[in-house]
Design a protein around this ligand. Sequence first.
Ligand code: ADP
Ligand code: MG
Length: 224
Amino acid sequence: MKIHEYQAKELLKEFGVPVPAGKLAYTPEEVKYYTKQLGGKAVIKAQVHAGGRGKAGGVKIAKSPEEAYEIAKQMIGMKLVTHQTGPEGKIVRKVLVEEAMEIVQELYLGMVIDRSASRIVIMASEAGGMEIEEVAAKTPEKIHKVYVDPAVGFSPYMGRKLGYDMGLDKDQVKKFTSFVSGLYNLFVAKDASLAEINPLVITGDGRLLALDAKINFDDNGLFR
Ligand code: ADP
Ligand code: MG
C-alpha cells in the first residue's frame, strides 16, 4: 500500500522526524488562505501517488497568496504526467501547501527490506534530489549503505557512519543520526516495506528536514 506525501509527513512528525510546516488543501481559496498563514510564500505540491512531480509541474513556488491561488487553480484538477505515472497521468485532487525552505544541500535517505539478507538496508547519498537509480548507475560510490540486524536494531554508530560517508560535519551528523533513528523506528513500528526521503535537506539555518517523503507498507502487516 502507498500513501501520499502529506500522510507520510504526518507519520514522520509523529516519530520525531522534522518536516516543513504544511497544510492539505482541496481548493484554490484554501491554498490562498494557508499561504497567507505561512507568511505569504509557499510551495504548492500535487498529492498524487507518483514521484517526478517537480519536473512535471507538480511542485511550484508561490511568492504571494494571489500567486498561490493562481497556481492552485491550474494544478487542482489537472492531469499530472510524470515519468512514474505512465502516459495516462494522474488527476490532482489535493495539494500540500508547504513552508518554502531555503535549501543549502539536498541529501538522500532510503530504507528497504533486503529479503535475501533478511535485513533492513539503510541507504544515504550526498547526491540527493536526483533519482537514486540514476545515482546508482552513474556514481555508485555516492551511495552509502548499512545493514541492520533486526534482532539488534538500529545503533547510532550506523547513522554516524552514513553521515561521515556523505561528508557531513559533526553537528550535521548528530542531527542526521537522530533523523535516521526516527525513520527507522517508524519503519519497524508501521511495517513499512520502503521509505524514501528525497530530498532530505540542510536548510540555511542549519536544520535537517524531510522535504519529500515516500513510504510504502507491507500489505501483510496492514491489519496492525
Ligand atoms: P518530486 O520528487 O515528486 O519531484 P519533491 O517533493 O522532491 O517532489 O520536490 C521537488 C523539488 O522541489 C525538491 O527537490 C526541492 O528542490 C523543491 N521543493 C520541494 N518542496 C519544497 C519546499 N517546501 N521548499 C523549497 N523547495 C521545495
Ligand atoms: Mg522527491
